[in-house]
Design a protein around this ligand. Sequence first.
Ligand SMILES: [Zn+2]
Length: 269
Amino acid sequence: MSNPLRRWWQRRRLERAHADIDPALWPEVCAALPLLDGFDAPARRRLIDSAALFLHQKTFEAAGGAELSLRTGMELALQAALPVLELGLDWYQGWHAVIVYPDEFVPAREVVDEDGLVWVDDEPKSGEAWEQGPVILSLTDALDGRERSGYNVVIHEMAHKLDLCDGAANGHPPLHRGMDDTAWAGHMQRAYDDLCRRADAAPELSPALFMVDPYGATSPAEFFAVTSELFFELPHRLRAAYPEVYAELADFYRQDPALRLRPVSGRSA
Ligand SMILES: [Zn+2]
């Protein structure tokens, strides 16, 4: 497509995406999400455009009696748009549905593990991202995104989607030109090993008392998702805990949230 035609088509698509939403609602919804603080006006505009396109392109489905208002959809879309603000929505290609449950949900499906054993996964979940399938969210957990607590299920599941762009959930998404795969793997592995050691050493310790949620010690894929949550929610904390991971994520997401956000006071900084 030629450039002028492409620009026209992109503008048209954006107009359609914005058509059904009162523009005055976006600033209100943004204000409810402190992790979006500190953007200048052009960046905020791009984030809102990206969230409007996300809402337009994806199908939002309420399941299990969830109440899904436009405003809630906008809140979820803004959080989903944040990690790809500098990457582009094309990173979310190949899947269409966001399914929202009112609370934690139990998939109760059969899983085949590495040893070929079949078992039923009936663990309650706050979110899931299927390869080339939907993202599933617990609304109660997703609304925790209104606080900068370090926990953000929307960013967590979107990080899994980015990780899956090369087909493998391994904590190593396709990196940009100029980034070093070996350096990424080394920095992530060292920090992952450290978190595993800390989690093993204090299995009874409340997750809230760790600098990085020990759920990240489950697998390299979960480590990438958990550190991505922290990167956008409490960047100063991640930078203090694992500066090399922070730097890799800043290169990958092409953002530096520690410059944009104020540190949260107390140990959760
Ligand atoms: Zn996960």
